[in-house]
Design a protein around this ligand. Structure first.
Ligand code: FAD
Ligand code: MLT
Ligand code: ZN
Length: 490
């Protein structure tokens, strides 16, 4: 049985047999690198965490998880799968938010967690080379010891893999400062569907020698190859970090505060995040933590600076806060005095994704919209859900809250509908409404999370038929049998 009535299993793909499993055990050994529910009853519980996504919204039925330990093993696995028409799903930390990292039917999961070694670091250039399965936080901690920082940070850092980050082209909390992975990744090693190893593990900042093919793998969501190694340019870690958290009365004022922060904090500004009251009320309700500000405001912003001189930076941040408060842009604010307070303030932002699903389920929309209209989308969606009688405080209302937060610095809004349970009526009110709303304003239906299964039907709202045609040609070129992450967006 499947939860996806609109999708049919592709009968070109073979069903797993004991012979297939025997091949994989011969290759990887019969230890923990193979989790097998075909020939053994190593069962549902062991397979559950690989079949089910972080939101508990998408669930597949795979009976086999493979954990290769080397590029050569990935290559042999894929060659065998391609020759035998076995479909696969590449999987990193399984923290993706669009249902891309879990099977839809019985696809084999190829999990990269054993390929987690940091193999090279150049202390002068800041170039790091690591296996795709290296956990983001582990890479960043390693770099901290060398005075460097990983140029990406996000709430799932303790579980997500850098290979998964590249595959989703994750944006995160400091894109404003360190830019996109399309700029910082120097090279990759990847394996194509037929087992061909693509060695583009370049460690150079500049390399204008023909098409930059690695860029195709960044954001491909496991549809054209499996990334096995990553080479990335890491910036100097700033010794001084300061954080301010403040409340504002309107989205107009949020925009003014952002403009002022760019002007006054310029080169030390490293994050400018937005949270509405609805999102903060949920964090408060679930964690029970004391709010950072005395009053409650419709909007909150978290501003972080990263620089080389703590006194200079905190003076700048303090005078920024004074200035925006004097002008009435900001109504109340606080500055973290130490690392514990910095972490606590970040908790009010990074803790949001976790609490949204706490009461049942969450519908997530990760969108780019011209900045002036960003929050209007939350208001319009809330009004629509309310008008449909779905929003309320009692159990007969599936929706508890419609909230917005996100990366103000990147015009990237996270519109989230927190529910008591997943409910088709809610989905019907939301989709395609949300996507139409975005398309009318020339926005993007996926700013940073990707398309996966969740947005598979809606890619046409952000891409033209010509672009879709080109994408399909690339998919066919790299994966002619379509074994890599089938049923997803392409
Ligand atoms: P997975 O979830 O395992 O996989 C994601 C996709 O990549 C899947 O399609 C999978 O098939 C493919 N894939 C994984 N590894 C490989 C590989 N080696 N080769 C080829 N394909 C592969 N995203 C943001 O952009 N910004 C955020 O701020 C952010 N914050 C988050 C906070 C939380 C609490 C959570 C749960 C998620 C957040 N995300 C954010 C979502 C984000 O996409 C992931 O956290 C992360 O980038 C995915 O990494 P992963 O290793 O978990 O990949
Ligand atoms: C975030 O910015 O917190 C992440 O992208 C996750 C989410 O959208 O919930
Ligand atoms: Zn985000």
């Amino acid at each position: 049985s499947t939860k996806y009535p609109d999708i049919k299993r592709d009968d070109r793909f073979a069903r797993l047999t004991p012979d297939h499993v025997a091949f994989f055990k011969g290759l990887l050994g019969s230890g923990s690198a193979v989790i097998d529910g075909v020939t053994s009853d190593a069962a549902a519980d062991d397979l559950e965490s690989f079949n089910s996504d972080w939101m508990r919204k998408y669930r597949g039925h795979c009976q086999l998880v493979l954990k290769p330990g080397s590029t050569d093993e990935v290559s042999k696995i894929l060659k065998y799968c391609n020759d035998n028409m076995l479909a696969v799903v590449p999987q990193g930390g399984n923290t993706g938010l669009v249902g891309g990292s879990v099977p839809v039917f019985d696809e084999i999961v190829i999990n990269l967690s054993r390929m987690d070694q940091i193999t090279e670091f150049d202390d002068v250039s800041g170039t790091l080379v690591a296996g795709a399965g290296c956990i983001l936080e582990v890479a960043d901690q390693f770099l901290a010891g060398k005075g460097y920082i990983f140029p990406l940070d996000l709430g799932a850092k303790g579980s997500c893999h850098i290979g998964g980050n590249l595959s989703t082209n994750a944006g995160g909390l400091r894109l404003l400062r360190y830019g996109s992975l399309h700029g910082s990744v120097l090279g990759i090693e990847a394996v194509l569907a037929d087992g061909t190893i693509v060695d583009d593990l370049c460690k150079l900042r500049k390399n204008n020698t023909g098409y930059d093919l690695k860029q195709l793998f960044i954001g491909a969501e496991g549809t054209i190859g499996i990334i096995t190694k990553v080479s990335i340019q890491c910036p100097q870690r700033s010794p001084a970090q300061n954080v301010a958290f403040f409340g504002l009365e309107s989205f107009e004022q949020v925009q003014k505060a952002f403009r002022a922060a760019k002007g006054q904090l310029s080169e030390i500004l490293s994050a400018f995040e937005l949270m509405d009251e609805g999102s903060q009320a949920l964090v408060r309700e679930v964690t029970g933590n004391r709010r950072p500000l005395d009053g409650q405001y419709p909007f909150y912003c978290l501003v972080e600076t990263s620089g080389s001189n703590a006194d200079h930076d905190s003076e700048k941040l303090e005078s920024f806060l004074e200035d925006v408060m004097e002008k009435g842009i900001v109504l109340g604010g606080t500055l973290a005095q130490d690392e514990t307070q910095r972490r606590a303030l970040w908790g009010w932002r990074e803790g949001i994704p976790e609490v949204l699903g706490h009461f049942g389920g969450v519908y997530k929309y990760d969108v780019s919209i011209p900045i002036k209209q960003m929050y209007q989308m939350v208001e319009d969606t809330r009004a629509r859900i309310d008008a449909a009688g779905l929003l309320g405080d009692t159990d007969e209302h599936p929706v508890r809250a419609v909230v917005g937060y996100g990366h103000m610095g990147d015009s990237n809004l996270h519109l989230n509908v927190s529910t008591r349970r997943f409910d088709e009526r809610v989905e019907k009110v939301l989709e395609p409404f949300v996507y139409e709303w975005i398309a009318e304003r020339q926005g993007s239906i996926s700013a940073e999370h990707g398309l996966g299964l969740a947005k598979k039907k809606y890619i046409g709202y952000s891409r033209t038929p010509t672009m879709l045609g080109l994408m399909k040609q690339i998919k066919t070129l790299y994966d002619p049998n379509g074994i890599l992450n089938p049923y997803k967006y392409i």
